[in-house]
Ligand binder design. Structure first.
Ligand code: PAF
Length: 290
């Protein structure tokens, strides 16, 4: 498929499985990039990484109702499958899986996947059912396709941790690959939800990145107190009138637990609302490598 053309779409799990089985029958490797569509350069970097590692890259495009709570943006979430197909082609995908809701959920599922603990902290405090919805749909996509590798952006750092833990706990035969966040030139993390920002809110949205930098600077300046680092991040968020902060947190990068005294590899995470957009971002800081 040449760049600029559109990648073929399948809508049924059986067609998806058949396409992947044909590749595997030739000894080929299959990679999955799960998405909710409205693809940006961040998604494309995941696709390019998968295309480099595998013989067939499948991009799933499915706005998963199970991970949205009542009152969230399920209905408004941006959708544009034709554009997604072109972006997939540019980045080297071989197939798009865009199932209708009834293909993913022929009946309301009573079996769901809950990654306990990890589903309840940080984002989980504000979106209590979110990660169970994510873990369930990702488990189903893994079961439908059987990818050898699956690619997730670090922008959704907690999601990556949830999926890794799910794959480990359930012995799923898939390598979960985390890929770096892609940013606009002013630091704003690329996200499909950035489309909700008005022209006035767009410059203010860099507050998440600025807050993370303040946290990093506090650690680099020698602070080893979680309270102090979080206060430095919160101060930047609070100074932006267009933003309503949800949290500014520092956690252990592996466990997502909040240490009192900071040591080793940390993750700084922030979430804030700007008008209709609820944005999240994070960075890593390693105390042992400063
Ligand atoms: O990151 C996303 O877009 C979604 O949470 C995912 C992983 C595709 C599951 O619906």
């Amino acid at each position: 498929m040449s760049a600029g053309a559109a990648v073929a779409v399948v809508r049924r799990a059986a067609e998806l499985r058949a396409a992947a089985d044909a590749v595997r029958a030739q000894g080929g490797a299959v990679g999955l990039v799960p998405t909710m569509g409205y693809l940006h350069e961040g998604h494309q970097s995941l696709v390019a990484r998968s295309a480099a590692d595998n013989d067939l890259t499948v991009v799933s495009v499915f706005v998963n109702p199970l991970q949205f709570a009542e009152g969230e943006d399920y209905g408004a979430y941006p959708r544009d499958l034709d554009r997604d197909r072109r972006r997939c082609a540019e980045a080297g995908a071989g197939l798009v899986f865009a199932p209708p809701t009834e293909e993913m959920y022929p009946q309301a599922p009573v079996t769901t996947v809950a990654v306990q603990g990890l589903n309840a902290v940080l984002e989980g405090r504000f979106r209590p059912s979110h990660f169970d919805g994510v873990a369930t749909v990702v488990a189903k996509l893994f079961a439908m396709l059987g990818p050898g590798r699956a690619y997730f952006g670090e922008k959704d750092y907690q999601q990556l941790a949830v999926v890794r833990r799910m794959a480990a706990d359930l012995s799923l035969p898939v390598e979960v690959v985390g890929c770096p966040t892609r940013r606009e030139s002013d630091g704003l993390a690329m996200s499909s939800r950035n489309v909700y920002l008005t022209a006035d809110q767009r410059p203010a949205a860099t507050v998440l990145w600025r807050s993370l930098q303040a946290g990093r600077e506090a650690v680099e300046a020698g602070s080893r107190s979680a309270d102090e680092v979080e206060a430095a991040m919160a101060e930047v968020l609070a100074a932006e009138p267009a933003a309503s902060p949800d949290y500014a947190a520092v956690v252990d990068a592996a466990t997502l637990e909040r240490p009192d005294a900071l040591a080793g590899a940390l993750r700084l995470l922030v979430a804030a609302r700007l008008g209709r957009a609820r944005l999240i971002d994070n960075i890593g800081v390693d105390c042992d490598r400063l």
